[in-house]
Design a binder for this molecule. Structure first.
Ligand code: AP5
Length: 215
């Protein structure tokens, strides 16, 4: 099963992709997580990506495509995956289609989570992430048991640099310009499913699982 998660920054793509990945036993591939891991390790890719991410801009397609195509080749992706944050531009979606055509394969579902901007801005302000394992929390909806400490691994939990309000605004503008056209792209392909992101984490997971054919 091959799934793409769509939606503006902060709608809950990562939260849901992790849950679906566990429920259906397929890998969760998040370009944002891969970039953040590279930034943490100070790799060449990480250094380049950071200059864009910190400004709320997209990392150029050439860099992103190289990274993702590499990830698809790994053994665990043989029976499918859930893509979170990729594709994010029409050229990325076309490159993905072409790569799949070469393996005589197709995407099965594009799941688009829809949320009003005010809710996105408020969730991003409340989001905290673990710098060690990438676990996501929210000071309003899902706080850590001990402030600033990850429940899962004990790592430090912080506000992401690109979650600062001025950068969030830029990310929403970039989303509208470069990523939103993907909704129509996948609607035309006949695989788009819209989900209301306001209904709570559990219910969103149930809806997605229903679409994918789980209970
Ligand atoms: P990335 O990490 O992909 O960021 P994003 O798409 O902006 O998405 P977010 O991680 O901000 O949010 P999310 O939708 O996953 O929400 P979450 O589940 O955390 O990318 C970061 C940057 O990397 C990009 O800006 C770009 O520069 C670069 N990049 C990445 N991929 C790229 C690509 N393909 N091409 C070019 N550049 C790329 O939830 C948000 C908060 O809400 C959390 O606190 C969560 O606990 C809470 N929450 C979630 N669901 C609910 C709910 N139902 N009810 C209440 N609270 C909820």
């Amino acid at each position: 099963m091959k799934i793409v998660m769509l939606g503006a920054p902060g709608v809950g793509k990562g939260t849901q992709a992790k849950r679906i990945s566990e429920k259906f036993g397929i890998p969760h591939i998040s370009t944002g997580d891969i970039f953040r891991a590279n930034i943490k390790e100070n790799t060449e890719l990480g250094k380049k990506a950071k200059t864009y991410i910190d400004q709320g801009l997209l990392v150029p397609d050439e860099l992103t495509l190289e990274l993702v195509m590499d990830r698809f080749m790994q053994d665990d992706a043989e029976n499918g995956y859930i893509l979170d944050g990729f594709p994010r531009t029409i050229p990325q979606a076309e490159a993905l289609d072409e790569a799949l055509r070469n393996t005589e394969d197709d995407l099965d579902f594009a799941v688009n989570i829809v949320l009003p901007d005010e809710e996105i801005i408020s969730r991003m302000a409340g989001r905290r992430v673990c710098i060690t394992c990438g676990g996501t929390y929210n000071v309003d909806f899902r706080p850590t048991k001990k402030e600033g400490v990850c429940d899962a691994c004990g790592g430090e939990v912080i506000l992401r640099e690109d979650d600062k309000p001025e950068t969030v605004k830029k990310r929403l503008d970039v989303y509208r310009e470069q990523t939103q056209p993907l909704i129509q792209f996948y609607e035309k392909a006949g695989i788009l499913h819209n989900i209301d992101g306001l209904i709570g984490m559990e219910k969103v997971t149930e809806k997605i699982a229903g679409i994918l054919g789980g209970e």
